[in-house]
Write a protein that binds this ligand. Structure first.
Ligand code: BGC
Length: 433
């Protein structure tokens, strides 16, 4: 028996869709399934789905858990508030359950795909662990994958998460503008995307951005140097060098700009002298934020400009992995007294260096806070609530202003690390011993 009828989306679904109105137009499988289960008062599993590439039409086929009913749901962007249900009774042979899919599929599980750039740096391992644990504690299923800093790898991983039916994606991109195809696919499948820590560029398929205030991070680093050298009182001239991050990572530019807005006036009036002459972003960038690349460049600068014992007073480093490279180079080749060195992330190796005076500060971006905020976003999206954001204008990704939640970074140095890192349980004394 076949019958066809249409229903109007429930209030909660409309709210849910409104929350991501611009980008997640195709209803999610989970929402459609809920409607089917409500309508027929029985449990269903998804048999197949077919969504037009441009997201204008979609069709889902569900089969009831007892195998007696197949419901095909059609949806069109022309009438986004309506579903058309086409139901068909199935002949059930004893012992035969056509609803049992080849791979077991838990109809209640909401799956969150989490894509992290690399396991090479301490922070992404922590981010991944915190997000996974918090999402699982909240009842979600998690598909966490690391992409070994390989853009193609990350693209394929995200596509496979979408293929296997994830409901929401959380992505820390290796290169913010290289995931276009996967993001289009997410959009066509009605999957909301949260950009995690790093912005996703040139796409309207990103729903939200959760990050630490990047510009402020750069400012905190430069202000630390400003204070340590007493620049605001006119002291100087001092020699300084600059090392920032990966040119493909949009964050690197924010850190650089935040720092340079503080340092530039002192460079212009001669209180700070960049002896190498390397100031432009492209000259001071470090591919992959790699310690090795940073060390190679620092060694060259030391050899060219400081091998006669000329003093380096400060070395602005945008993060800890690059700071480590500079510290290695100084240990090997430098004759003058030790400069002020900045960093970011409070990695264990760098905290150890801070404790023995080989680095002065690091900006702490508590990954527990960032991960928790990402999980709150996921929860709010999945329950159709308004998603908390505190910045809707700064992060234009070339296509849209991405609504963002910015967490606040803070400075850690030898004077406050116990309170901020140890007392808060981020590290134990033994970790840094
Ligand atoms: C992050 C930093 C990190 C760097 C290298 C940036 O995008 O914001 O915290 O140090 O990547 O992984």
């Amino acid at each position: 028996m076949k019958k066809v009828f249409a229903i109007i989306l429930s209030i909660s679904m409309i709210m849910g869709l409104a929350a991501c109105a611009k980008r997640a137009e195709v209803p999610s499988k989970r929402d459609v399934q809920k409607e089917v289960e409500k309508e027929y008062d029985m449990d269903f599993d998804l048999e197949s789905k077919d969504i037009a590439d441009d997201g204008s039409e979609a069709e889902w086929v569900f089969i009831s858990d007892d195998g007696s009913l197949q419901v095909t749901v059609s949806w069109s962007a022309k009438d986004p508030d309506e579903f058309e249900f086409d139901e068909e009774e199935l002949a059930v042979l004893p012992g035969d359950n056509p609803a049992a899919p080849p791979v077991s599929y838990d109809s209640d599980a909401i799956v969150i795909g989490v894509s992290m750039p690399t396991k090479d740096l301490q922070r992404w391992n922590q981010d991944g662990d915190y997000i996974e644990n918090a999402l699982e504690a909240a009842g979600y299923e998690v598909d966490l994958q690391y992409a070994a800093n390989d853009v193609v790898n990350q693209l394929e991983q995200v596509e496979s998460m979408i293929d296997s039916g994830c409901d929401v994606l959380v992505i820390a991109a290796i290169e913010g503008s290289s995931l276009g195809e996967a993001l289009d696919m997410a959009k066509a499948n009605g999957i909301p995307v949260i950009a995690y820590d790093r912005l996703l560029w040139n796409t309207d398929a990103v729903s939200y951005y959760v990050t630490f205030d990047q510009y402020m991070t750069g400012q905190l680093q430069a202000q630390y140097i400003e204070k340590a050298l007493d620049l605001s009182s006119g002291a100087g001239p001092f020699n300084i060098e600059i090392t920032t991050g990966d040119p493909g990572d949009n964050n690197a530019m924010f850190y650089y700009e935040g720092a340079m807005d503080v340092l530039n006036p002192y460079i212009e009036n001669g209180q700070l002298v960049v002896v190498s002459g390397q100031v432009d972003f492209d000259e001071v960038a470090t591919a992959n934020w790699s310690t090795e690349n940073s060390q190679i460049r620092a060694e060259q600068i030391i050899e060219l400009c400081y091998s006669d014992g000329t003093q380096i007073d400060a070395w602005l480093c945008s993060n800890d992995s690059t700071a480590l490279g500079v510290e290695n180079a100084l240990a090997a080749d430098y004759l003058g007294s030790y400069p002020i060195i900045t960093g970011q992330d409070c990695d264990i190796a760098n905290m150890k260096n801070i404790l023995v005076g080989k680095q002065d500060m690091s900006v702490f971006k508590d990954t527990r806070i960032l991960a928790a905020q990402a999980v709150t976003m996921v929860d709010q999206i999945c329950s159709g609530q308004t998603v908390d954001v505190n910045d809707t204008s700064t992060y234009n990704n070339g296509t849209i202003n991405v609504p963002a939640f910015l967490c606040e970074p803070c400075v850690v140095d030898v004077n406050n690390y116990i309170e901020i890192l140890i007392d808060s349980g981020y590290y134990t004394e033994a970790d840094l011993g």
